[in-house]
Design a protein around this ligand. Structure first.
Ligand SMILES: *[C@@H]1O[C@H](CO)[C@@H](O)[C@H](O)[C@H]1NC(C)=O
Length: 428
């Protein structure tokens, strides 16, 4: 039998640091009702998936339990205060994870209002192309939604390229970048058509092509796409710098840049992580960069999705966690790499090679494999060697899984539907 004192000391620490999250399980095409998970853990001591509780979220503790989507999710949602915003298909075309035609804002009573993204985005790009749509993900900071956009770029022979549009959720107005642009195009601001490896370190290679293949380097059929932007992450680092991270599925990489909405001439590449390809001017693969991690370019390592910024309460590291569809073997994987910003100006010409983006990172093979969607974020004290992550199963239809470096895992999967990312949550 426990003494009163022993009982007190057993209960007190966990009672003080218990975190309860309510997580929306949304993914491609989820219909009327979302599943909601409840994730509970002790914030200061969780070092293993075996330390968490992962169950259905009780209706009584879920402020969004009245929400019915009234359409198909495309592909994910975000919660900001007492509202949940969701990308919905609407009238937009459906191809390879694109496109969202509506940004739907739900109140906690289930009522909603819509922003027509088809009209909004096509107006912004009308002088460039008649094919431009919101795609994959958006994220909200200070009442502004930053949305990933896919559009046909005439200078690339109408290959699809990526851009970011910022929408003030209060006024419904588009927020221009510090340079005065209505959108931030990766092709216009970050790209080079040089085929020299050294030129594609602080710039992202794009090329005009008449050969076509869906999503990747050109081939015989389908439409060419450079480079399937999906994750978008506006964030502020510990020293107060506003930054953006984005992920390119078919470049197998995460790119961190200065925030084009904060600084004139913003949108400068400061870090890359992954194994992006290097191509000839006709689009044949010649080799790959190795940025920040091991060289995996010879294996079937591919499909980077989503980005999540976190600061370790234990060692203070600032990191970004990304999801990778294939780790080259039979599993999907997550990578958590340390933020380590390098400006191009600070690198001497003779020192410019892939090692400028060297950084510390950790990786974990996941207990499932998916060729589409997926996302991950760390929770708890983030003790190196004992890290714990919440992971979305994407197209594997395995729901939400908590994994940890000790090899334990915990899964919640009530209806085998896809979950795009584990970022749609709030804390009780
Ligand atoms: C967390 O899990 C580890 C590994 O299973 C275990 O040793 C530890 O006792 C657990 N901690 C708590 C607070 O339950």
């Amino acid at each position: 039998m426990l003494s009163k004192l022993a009982l007190f000391t057993l209960l007190l620490p966990s009672a003080l640091a218990t975190t309860s999250e309510v997580i929306a399980m949304g993914g491609a095409g989820n219909g009327a009702n979302l599943d909601w998970a409840s994730l509970t853990y002790d914030e200061s001591s969780v070092v293993s998936a075996s330390n968490v509780t992962l169950t259905a979220a009780p209706k009584a503790s879920n402020k969004f339990s009245s929400v019915s989507l009234d359409g198909a999710l495309q592909l994910t949602a975000r919660i900001a205060g007492d509202k949940m915003y969701a990308y919905m298909s609407g009238d937009a075309p459906a191809e390879s994870g694109c496109c969202a035609g509506i940004l739907r804002a739900f109140e906690t009573d289930g009522s909603y209002s819509d922003t027509d993204l088809v009209e909004l985005v096509s107006d912004l790009f009308s002088e460039v192309t008649d094919w431009a749509y919101a795609t994959h993900t958006f994220d909200i900071v200070d009442g502004v939604a930053y949305m990933m956009i896919q559009y046909e770029e005439p200078s690339l022979n109408n290959a699809k390229a990526d851009a970011i549009v910022a929408l003030d959720l209060e006024t419904g107005e588009v927020v221009k970048t510090a340079d005065g642009d209505s959108y931030f195009s990766f092709f216009e601001k970050l790209a080079t058509d040089s085929t020299a490896a050294v030129d594609t370190i602080f710039s992202i290679q794009h090329y005009a092509t008449s050969r076509r293949r869906l999503q990747g380097p050109p081939g015989p059929s389908g439409s060419t796409e450079e480079w399937h932007g999906n994750g978008i992450l506006p964030f502020t680092s510990v020293d107060g710098t506003r930054l953006f991270a984005i992920t390119h599925r078919t470049m197998n990489e995460c790119v961190v840049m200065s925030d084009p909405w904060q600084t004139v001439g913003g949108g400068r590449i400061l870090q890359r992580f992954g194994n992006p390809g290097i191509y000839s001017s006709s689009g044949s693969s010649t080799s790959s960069h190795v940025f920040g991690m091991e060289d995996v370019s010879s294996g079937n390592w591919n499909g980077m999705h989503n980005a999540y910024y976190a600061v370790s309460p234990t060692d203070g590291r600032e990191s970004i966690t990304v999801f990778v569809n294939s780790n080259g073997g039979s599993s999907s994987a997550l990578y958590e790499f340390d933020l380590k910003l390098v400006s191009e100006d600070s690198v001497l010409a003779g020192d410019l090679d892939d090692s400028v983006f060297d950084t510390a990172y950790r990786t974990l093979e996941l207990p499932f494999s998916t060729g589409s969607q997926g996302g991950a974020r760390p929770i708890g004290p983030m003790v190196d060697g004992k890290n714990v992550y919440v992971v979305a199963g994407g197209g594997s239809n395995t729901g939400i899984t908590v994994v940890s470096q000790d090899g334990e895992s915990m899964n919640y999967n009530p209806s085998s539907s896809s979950v795009y990312d584990p970022f749609v949550y709030y804390t009780l």
